[in-house]
Design a protein around this ligand. Structure first.
Ligand code: ATP
Ligand SMILES: Nc1ccn([C@@H]2O[C@H](COP(=O)(O)O)[C@@H](O)[C@H]2O)c(=O)n1
Length: 229
C-alpha cells in the first residue's frame, strides 16, 4: 500500500486505560512534527457535558439528545492541546475521577460512537501536518482500520495502576486502581482493545521507561513508512 502524499500519514494507537496512549502518542507526534488526536477526550467531554446538563449518563436516550448541543472542539497541536465544550475549557475537568467514573456509560451508546467517529474522521482529514497520531480504543479496528501504522500499546495491569496512582495525588491508590479496572471491564464489552487485530503491532511498555516506549513506537512508525513508500 502506498501512502497518498495529499493525506496525512495516520498512526492509529489503541490500548487499555493507563497504558500511556495519550502521553506517548503526544510525545511521538511532537518528535515527528505531526498532529495528535486524543479520542478519549471527546468521550470524556461528552460525559462532562451530560453531567453539566443534569442528564443521567445511564439514560441512553438523554445522552443521545445531548449530542445536538455538544459543541466540542479539540486542537491537534501536540504542544498546545486543549479541549473546549462551547466556551468552557474542560481540559483539566475531564480528567477528574468523577468523569472517569461515568465516561464508559456514555461511550457504550452506539449513536454516540457513530457521531463521534464522524467527528474524528473530519479532524483527521483536516490535518495539514504530514501525519497525525490518533489514540483511543477502536482506532486500529473501526476509526482508521486502513491506517498505514497501527499499534496496540499495552502494559501489565499492575504497572498501569501504579503509573495512574502516581499521577493522581490525593486519591487513594486502591480506589484509582479499582476504577481503572472497572473502566477496562466496561469498555471491553464495547470494543476489543486487549488483543491486537491482524496487522496491528503490539508495543508492551511494562518493562520500558517513558523514553524507551516513545522510541519503540517511533521504530514501528519508521518501519511502516518504509513499507508504504
Ligand atoms: N513507559 C512508561 N514508563 C513510565 N511511565 C509511563 C510510561 N508510559 C506512560 N507513562 C505514564 O503513565 C501515566 C498514564 O499514561 P497516559 O495518561 O498517557 O495513559 P492513557 O493510556 O492515555 O490512559 P487513559 O486511557 O486512562 O487516558 C502517565 O503519567 C504517563 O506519563
Ligand atoms: N476510541 C475510544 C476512546 C475512548 N473511549 C471511551 O472514553 C473513555 C476515556 O478514554 P481515555 O483514553 O481518556 O481513557 C474510555 O474509558 C472509553 O470509555 C472509547 O470508547 N473509544
Amino acid at each position: 500500500m502506498h501512502h497518498d502524499p495529499v493525506h496525512p500519514f495516520v498512526v492509529a494507537v489503541d490500548g487499555p486505560a493507563g497504558s500511556g496512549k495519550s502521553s506517548v502518542s503526544k510525545a511521538v507526534a511532537r518528535s515527528l512534527g505531526w498532529g495528535f488526536l486524543d479520542t478519549g477526550a471527546a468521550y470524556r467531554a461528552l460525559a462532562w457535558h451530560t453531567v453539566a446538563s443534569g442528564v443521567d449518563a445511564e439514560d441512553a436516550a438523554s445522552v443521545i439528545a445531548c449530542l445536538d448541543s455538544f459543541d466540542y472542539r479539540i486542537g491537534t497541536d501536540p504542544t498546545g492541546y486543549a479541549v473546549h465544550v462551547g466556551a468552557t475549557d474542560v481540559t483539566r475537568a475531564i480528567r477528574e475521577p468523577g468523569i472517569s467514573g461515568v465516561v464508559s456509560l456514555v461511550a457504550r451508546v452506539p449513536e454516540v460512537r457513530t457521531d463521534l467517529i464522524e467527528r474524528f474522521r473530519a479532524i483527521m482529514a483536516a490535518e495539514r501536518r504530514g501525519g497525525i497520531v490518533v489514540e483511543g480504543r477502536d482506532i486500529t479496528t473501526v476509526v482508521a482500520p486502513d491506517a498505514p501504522s497501527r499499534i496496540l500499546l499495552t502494559a501489565s495491569e499492575e504497572v498501569r495502576m501504579a503509573r495512574r496512582s502516581a499521577e493522581l495525588v490525593g486519591h487513594s491508590a486502591a480506589a484509582t486502581g479499582a476504577q481503572l479496572r472497572a473502566r477496562d471491564a466496561a469498555d471491553s464489552k464495547v470494543v476489543d482493545f486487549m488483543n491486537a487485530a491482524d496487522g496491528v503491532v503490539t508495543v508492551d511498555s511494562t518493562d520500558l521507561d517513558f523514553d524507551q516506549t516513545v522510541e519503540a513506537v517511533l521504530a514501528v512508525i519508521r518501519d511502516a513508512q518504509v513499507r508504504t513508500g
